[in-house]
Design a protein around this ligand. Structure first.
Ligand code: ZN
Length: 331
């Protein structure tokens, strides 16, 4: 029997150094995954948690798991292998001997690895969305967002950030916004990649709009998810003044009957109407006035006075606003 304290010592070996000892090539916290046919590095090392996770085949674990699976060893033998590979003495009578030269454990540099993802890895994470425990807690427990909405929006995550893809109306990826999920007040809550345009969020929903149907405009993504979860079709526009001319044209276009993106046929001739639950603060009311000016007609809906925005109202109602019939978002 290997002692608990010894197992802990082995578990605490730095995950990336263990991967290296096992023959994996670690580059900026990523490796090719040895557990599926991988051509783009999908195995990520979560240094802060000393774990690894493959974003494609979802293989997950710590130093001992990685060794067990890579070397085809049982738990006991994997612990022995790691002890010998890193020159750690353990209290155990039945040590299995391996032909491995011990290496030294190097100190681990601490830095925020999550934001060093390249664009290729980002695109991959959006194509194969992952919801970490932290993201699930935020979306489902705190915000009461419907899982269909999360799927529709293609949300993905790391342990520290939610990855929010911005798609064009045709579904092509335009940009990815990061939302911090932790409690460190020094971390910015939102990040956009440098040079990216912060345009209209959830444009693909316009294709689902039927003539005459209301379209809700939220200030931010999380209110947009809450509106979607409540059965309302919604987009988010963080700032009317930052909209590009083509985005304004698109919005004005859907106000007019008989224009794209609507198909011809039944209901044609009825325009979409814009609606808003402005945040109960000065920027919220200002955005409402700006959009009203821009679009001509935006119907103002008031939130119950205790709630600052639609999202907090929705969460406080446990996602249960009874007056609406939820619809299904389909790809
Ligand atoms: Zn894999």
């Amino acid at each position: 029997m290997i002692e608990k304290a010894d197992i802990q010592k082995i578990s605490d070996l730095p995950i990336e150094q263990v991967a290296d000892a096992l023959g994996l090539r670690v580059k900026r916290h990523w490796s090719l995954c040895p557990f599926h046919n991988d051509s783009n590095p999908s195995l990520h090392y979560i240094v802060a948690k000393n774990k690894y996770r493959c974003f494609v085949c979802e293989h997950y674990g710590g130093t001992i798991d990685l060794t067990m699976h890579m070397m085809h060893l049982n738990f006991h033998d994997a612990v022995c292998w790691l002890a010998q590979a890193f020159g750690i003495s353990i209290q155990e009578e039945h040590v299995r001997k391996f032909n491995v030269k011990p290496r030294e454990v190097k100190p681990v540099k601490k830095f925020n690895c999550e934001l060093t993802l390249g664009t290729e890895q980002l695109a991959q994470m959006i194509a194969n969305p992952v919801l970490t425990e932290e993201a699930r807690h935020f979306l489902f427990d705190e915000r009461k967002i419907d899982s269909r909405v999360v799927r529709w929006c293609g949300l993905s995550s790391t342990h520290t950030h939610l990855l929010i893809p911005y798609f064009n109306i045709d579904g092509s990826l335009q940009s990815v916004q990061w939302r911090y999920l932790g409690n460190d007040p020094k971390e910015p809550r939102f990040r956009f990649p440098k040079g990216s345009h912060c345009g209209i969020y959830n444009l693909p929903v316009l294709k689902l709009l039927k003539p005459g149907e209301p379209l809700y405009i939220a200030e931010g993504c999380s209110d947009c998810w809450a509106l979607l979860s409540s059965g309302r079709k919604a987009i988010a526009i963080p700032s009317a003044t930052l909209l590009k001319a083509e985005e304004i044209k698109l919005l004005k276009g859907i106000l007019q009957a008989d224009s794209s993106p609507f198909p011809t046929g039944e209901g044609r001739g009825e325009a979409v109407t814009f609606h808003m639950y402005p945040d109960q603060d000065e920027p919220g009311e200002r955005l409402y006035l700006e959009l009203k000016e821009l679009l001509g007609n935006v119907e103002h809906h008031s939130l119950p006075s205790a709630h600052k925005d639609f999202g907090s109202w929705w969460a406080s109602m446990q996602g249960n606003l009874t007056t609406l019939t939820p619809y299904h978002l389909t790809h």
